[in-house]
Design a protein around this ligand. Structure first.
Ligand code: NAD
Length: 245
């Protein structure tokens, strides 16, 4: 029970990394509110895990985020996993696609943090964990132009937030996964011209010769959420099977 009674908001919790993390947090005794834009998949999560509260929430919707955050009495931790992968180079990324990735990948993190941080500051303790990516300021990945740009921005976001609020008891860290076998990753691979080769290429680039499972990211998230990591702030935690070695 490493997270006993900690009140945690998880975004993008209906599948993949967010879902695995919400489940792990709850197993460790946290009081989890799982949020996502996808109502149906959230309902499935609640059906399988009766101890997890669910709330449909579009993390890019200012009014909805304000309303949701105002409704909370108390919060200890934000685990923010909302993210979207745009495939392509700079020349493949038009105005709308550029703005969409900024909105989903960066603005959502700002909105959630902006609305939850005051509650944490009032308590004198808080913890924000942002899911970034190894494909960011750490590693240039082919055809991940705007994705890498936005994830690099999140790395800066974490450092900036960590330094500005460290004296008020707030910690802020990032998780930078390599390739994780999640539904959206599987969907992207299946859409490739040659899905079998696409899968092999993804696996080959991980030095360990395999992909990560969402539960492995959840383990790192649990450490960062727990008091075991109380001296850890402003860090970019790579979990990439050696991709960036
Ligand atoms: N899967 C990977 O290989 C990988 C690698 C590095 C980083 N990441 C990052 O991890 C995070 C989660 O990735 P994943 O692959 O587990 O996710 P996923 O794509 O499988 O699931 C994403 C979830 O986010 C939800 N969502 C999308 N837009 C939303 C919005 N505006 N508001 C609320 N919810 C929204 C979707 O409904 C979905 O349930 C993302 O930030 C992603 O960039 C993933």
């Amino acid at each position: 029970m490493r997270l006993k009674d900690k009140k945690i908001i998880v975004t993008a919790a209906a599948q993949g990394i967010g879902k695995a993390t919400a489940i792990n947090f709850a197993k460790e005794g946290a009081l989890v509110t799982a949020t996502d834009i996808n109502k149906e998949k959230l309902a499935e999560l609640a059906k399988e895990n009766s101890d997890i509260q669910i709330q449909q929430l579009d993390a890019t919707d200012k009014i909805a985020v304000e309303k949701f955050c105002t409704s909370l009495d108390d919060v200890d931790i934000l685990f923010h996993a909302v993210g979207f992968v745009h495939h392509g180079t700079l020349m493949d990324c038009n105005d709308d696609e550029f703005k969409r990735s900024i909105d989903v990948n960066i603005y959502s993190a700002y909105l959630m943090s902006y609305n939850l941080l005051p509650k944490m500051i009032t308590k004198g303790k808080g913890n924000i964990i942002i899911v970034s990516s190894a494909a960011s300021s750490v590693k240039g990945a082919p055809n991940r132009f705007i994705y890498g740009v936005t994830k690099a921005a999140l790395n800066g976001f974490v450092k900036a937030l960590a330094i500005d609020y460290v004296k008020q008891g707030i910690r802020c860290n990032a998780i930078l996964p390599g390739t994780v076998e999640t539904p959206s990753w599987t969907g992207r691979v299946n859409m490739a011209e040659d899905p079998i080769k696409a899968r092999e290429d993804f696996i080959a680039r991980q030095a360990m010769g395999r992909l990560a499972q969402p539960e492995e990211i959840a383990s790192l998230a649990t450490y960062l959420a727990s008091d075991e990591s109380d001296f850890v702030t402003g860090t970019l935690n790579l979990i990439d099977g050696g991709w960036t070695l």
